[in-house]
Design a protein around this ligand. Structure first.
Ligand code: CP
Ligand code: NVA
Length: 313
């Protein structure tokens, strides 16, 4: 039998949906505070294990710097170097690491692997991206929108253009939780099935947020307050590269599409970007790009998440 759960995980964004507003407010405070004082030793002596099955720039670096800022340490564990890569079970890995560290973040190919790690770990487990979700990214994204919209999500609409992937699935939960309307232009065969969106739909029913699929990027972008895209070929989807590149042609955020959005609309991308595919250089590097703030906000969001899961309130 797995151990009794006495800890809090962030496996899906739904795990923090009920207190997302507080989490974002906390991240904003931490961002402000870091301008004055870099370190804040709330996690002094604590350790975070970081298991990565896939490459990472932002997630890995932001978790590591976040732990440093909070007075703790992070251990980078590439899955290829762990016994996990030679067949040791996720359950055994979870039980052993839980004896050493205070939390584990895990970037995995399969969502079921993250769920399994969380099931057996006796310390909090944080999903650092898998094939179904990327919850930490969405905390940073919502922080970025919150800053630009002065704390208010109601009466705003975000347009998603591209793949109905892991980032989109977490975004659908996050947008619902904060009351943000979301219009998604996703080719039909790449839309998440309705059963996957059930969590998001039930949260939206409480907050009044709307999630709508539309038939074209133009329909999503027209009048939108922000545009968001991600790669057409996620890590793990490489075998479908050419099929996907054809399916998503026309689903690009470019200067013409941005013209259709609200005059003060800005553009988000979780990065890494494939310049010239899902987004043009001109938009990514242009004055309406919020992408670099969004990337910076990964750090402030990670700190808020780590404190939320590890510091008793
Ligand atoms: N956005 C994001 O998660 O980036 P990395 O893959 O570099 O961590
Ligand atoms: N959807 C992308 C996000 C990368 C941060 C992927 O999974 O590769």
């Amino acid at each position: 039998m797995p151990p009794a759960r006495v800890k809090r995980d962030l496996v899906s964004l739904a795990d923090v949906a009920s207190d997302l507003d507080d989490l974002l407010a906390h991240a904003a405070r931490l961002k402000n505070e870091r301008r004055r004082v870099r370190t804040r030793p709330t996690l002094r002596g604590r350790n975070l294990a970081m298991i990565f099955e896939k490459p990472s720039t932002r997630t890995r670096a932001s978790f590591e710097v976040a732990m440093n800022d909070l007075g703790g340490r992070a251990l980078f564990l590439s899955s290829g170097d762990l016994q996990l890569g030679r067949g040791e079970t996720i359950a055994d890995t979870a039980r052993v690491l839980s004896r050493f560290v205070d939390a584990i973040c895990y970037r995995a190919f399969r969502h079921a692997a993250v769920v399994e790690l969380a099931r057996w770990a006796t310390v909090p487990v944080i999903n650092a991206l898998d094939d179904e979700e990327h919850p930490c990214q969405i905390v940073a994204d919502l922080l970025t929108m919150r800053e630009r919209w002065k704390g208010r999500f109601s009466d705003r609409r975000l347009a998603w253009v591209g793949d109905g992937n892991n980032v989109f699935r977490s975004l659908a939960i996050g947008a619902a939780a904060v009351g943000l309307d979301l219009s998604a232009a996703i080719p039909r065969r790449y839309r998440p099935p309705e059963e996957v969106l059930a969590v998001s739909r039930s949260i939206a029913a409480r907050t009044g947020a709307k999630l709508a699929f539309v038939d074209s990027p133009d329909a999503a972008a027209t009048g939108a307050d922000a545009l968001y895209t991600d790669v057409w070929v996620s890590m793990g989807d490489e075998a479908e590269q050419s099929v996907r590149e054809s399916a998503f042609r026309g689903y690009q955020i470019n200067e013409r599409l941005l013209e259709r959005a609200a005059p003060d609309a800005f553009v988000l991308h979780d990065l890494p970007a494939h310049r010239g595919q899902e987004i043009t250089d001109g938009v990514l590097d242009g004055p309406r790009s919020a992408v670099w703030d969004q990337a910076e906000n990964r750090l402030h969001a990670q700190k808020a998440i780590l404190e939320r899961l590890l510091v008793p309130r």
